[in-house]
Design a protein around this ligand. Structure first.
Ligand SMILES: *[C@@H]1O[C@H](CO)[C@@H](O)[C@H](O)[C@H]1NC(C)=O
Ligand SMILES: *[C@@H]1O[C@H](CO)[C@@H](O)[C@H](O)[C@H]1NC(C)=O
Ligand SMILES: *[C@@H]1O[C@H](CO)[C@@H](O)[C@H](O)[C@H]1NC(C)=O
Ligand SMILES: *[C@@H]1O[C@H](CO)[C@@H](O)[C@H](O)[C@H]1NC(C)=O
Ligand SMILES: *[C@@H]1O[C@H](CO)[C@@H](O)[C@H](O)[C@H]1NC(C)=O
Ligand SMILES: *[C@@H]1O[C@H](CO)[C@@H](O)[C@H](O)[C@H]1NC(C)=O
Length: 492
């Protein structure tokens, strides 16, 4: 207890000295995902990034509307090749050249977009993919590297493969010092690390302490956070007080074990959701993300890399109401911002440790009229369940589930919530509030306490592009489920 108290004091005194060094390329990054029914226009999001002085952004594809909106901002950008394109790019140098031409070179003119990374695939070695991408990932990476070289971009753009922490295995030990790569992909990891090393590219890993807690009822809650713990993990001479450092150092050990003890590491995704699960709420998310940011920007490092900056991209910037919920109902609530660009809780992203610092809100957001669809109590209740079910197959009803922010609003409240989300999803089309006569439109906000009934945004041009994109990539989304379900959870 005393020790951690002293460490806190120590890190607080470091804030002032390290501020300057944090702001450049070492600043904080965020993930900008766009699997939303009504995504904010890219220009609005870019202004939001700038208002937050966010210096790095990670994308999941290379939509030219999104990438283009980052031109002239200086923000470092990671563009990405979805897993479904890996096979094509692995087998065709033309495909690799075209991808780099259209999605990198096209944007990197002087005054254009500061693209620094190409993510080749997204967690392609996830255990639950059953090896589907094992044979194509490295050849695709190789071809993209060649294409970058042909385009004379290798000095400024690095190719890497964002991996889930499930590439790690505890081996025979549950301690960070026992970290090894999963035996089934050991050779792949060896080749990957060697390739990254040769090209001066970082290793990229996603770490999710939330899932450790969510998937294991015996997981000591305080070990998921950073404030010291009753359950410190003693690993030889090192003491771990949080699962983030423990997971990070387990990766450091695994890299050391294959001969790359100093390989730079990027934490490509890390964060905490706010709804749809018992552990997903505003307080936990605020606590985790604030402590995480303070920790990363303090320059304190981890026990195996003391004093080294931790480079990370928060997951995520904005909620995404169309994400697959196969991993859990929390999946649509990872944003530090709600769908309409309002900060969900106080969060100081500067690392200066200011408490109750409110995130700036997005400017220029256009809402549909202040109208909601709710249950008409004089309707035919025998058709209620069927209609609620219908609404929830396409609308987002995740806040209604156990542990969610709208779980205790009662049966009628449930119906109203479902009807309203369906109505908003359909841009307040009056037919979308019919429900066999069970729906009615109201101008009175039906929100109940912390259960908010949303009013959607005016659809932008960008939406129609996104809609086509969902239909087109429905396979991706279905497969994307595995991202969290079977990800690595730190054993305790
Ligand atoms: C560039 O990226 C976009 C969006 O990810 C993708 O649809 C397109 O196919 C890519 N271009 C090429 C030539 O592969
Ligand atoms: C992987 O294998 C399991 C068990 O055989 C199966 O249920 C699952 O659908 C497979 N996943 C993929 C992505 O092929
Ligand atoms: C990957 O390659 C190996 C060896 O050539 C082969 O046995 C395996 O079936 C391939 N896997 C897939 C998913 O294509
Ligand atoms: C790359 O650089 C070489 C040598 O400076 C030059 O000859 C070539 O035209 C450049 N290629 C591109 C695509 O700019
Ligand atoms: C785990 O223990 C077994 C039996 O002692 C040993 O053969 C194996 O090499 C160990 N594995 C690792 C990764 O240390
Ligand atoms: C409201 O819906 C949720 C999610 O389906 C359910 O857990 C809850 O029991 C429902 N409440 C009532 C009163 O029906």
């Amino acid at each position: 207890m005393w020790l951690s108290f002293l460490l806190l004091l120590f890190s607080a005194s470091l804030f002032t000295q390290k501020t300057v060094w944090k702001l450049g390329v070492n600043g904080l990054g965020v993930n900008w995902g766009t699997i939303s029914s009504h995504p904010l226009p890219p220009s609005v999001v870019v202004n939001l990034l700038q208002a937050n002085k966010i210096s790095k952004v990670k994308l999941f594809d290379a939509d030219s509307n999104v990438v283009g909106a980052l031109a002239g901002t200086g923000i470092e950008v990671m563009v990405a090749i979805p897993n479904e394109m890996l096979e094509m790019i692995s087998s065709s140098m033309d495909a690799a050249n075209n991808w780099v031409h259209d999605n990198v070179t096209h944007h990197t003119f002087t005054g254009g977009v500061n693209i620094r990374y190409v993510a080749v695939g997204n967690e392609p070695f996830l255990r639950s993919y059953n090896g589907t991408f094992n044979n194509v990932t490295l050849p695709a990476l190789l071809n993209i590297q060649k294409a970058l070289s042909i385009a004379n971009l290798t000095g400024q753009v690095k190719a890497t493969v964002p991996l889930n922490a499930d590439v790690l295995s505890n081996g025979n030990s549950t301690l960070p010092s026992g970290g090894i790569f999963r035996p089934d992909i050991h050779t792949l990891m060896l080749k990957l690390a060697s390739f990254l090393h040769k090209n001066g590219a970082p290793f990229s890993v996603n770490i999710y302490p939330f899932l450790s807690l969510q998937q294991n009822v015996n997981f000591p809650e305080d070990f998921a956070f950073f404030e010291g713990t009753q359950h410190a993990l003693i690993d030889g001479p090192r003491t771990y007080t949080n699962v983030f450092d423990a997971s990070y150092d387990m990766l450091v050990t695994a890299l050391e074990g294959i001969g790359y003890p100093n390989m730079p590491i990027i934490v490509g995704e890390v964060g905490w959701p706010t709804d749809g699960d018992m552990n997903a709420n505003l307080d936990n998310a605020r606590r985790f993300n604030q402590e995480l940011v303070n920790h990363a920007l303090s320059g304190k490092g981890t026990p195996l890399r003391p004093g080294k900056p931790i480079e990370l991209y928060l997951f995520g910037l904005i909620d995404e109401d169309k994400k697959s919920i196969a991993p859990g109902n929390f999946e649509r609530h990872w944003g530090i911002y709600s769908y309409d660009g309002r900060g969900k809780y106080a969060l100081d992203l500067s690392g200066k440790g200011r408490s109750n610092f409110n995130l700036p809100k997005a400017e220029g957001v256009s809402y549909l009229p202040l109208r909601w669809c709710v249950l008409n109590p004089s309707g035919d209740m025998s058709k209620l369940a069927e209609n609620v079910g219908y609404a929830c197959t396409s609308a987002d009803c995740t806040a209604l589930t156990y542990g969610g922010s709208c779980n205790s609003i009662g049966g009628d409240g449930n119906a109203s919530y479902a009807f309203n989300n369906y109505y908003q999803l359909n841009n307040q089309n009056k037919d979308a509030c019919y429900f066999d006569g069970l729906g009615m439109v109201t101008t009175e906000d039906p929100s109940i306490g912390s259960c908010k009934f949303p009013v959607q945004l005016v659809p932008s041009y960008f939406d129609s592009a996104a809609t086509t994109y969902f239909t087109h990539l429905s396979i991706t989304i279905t497969m994307g489920f595995a991202t969290a379900t079977l990800s690595f959870v730190f054993q305790f």
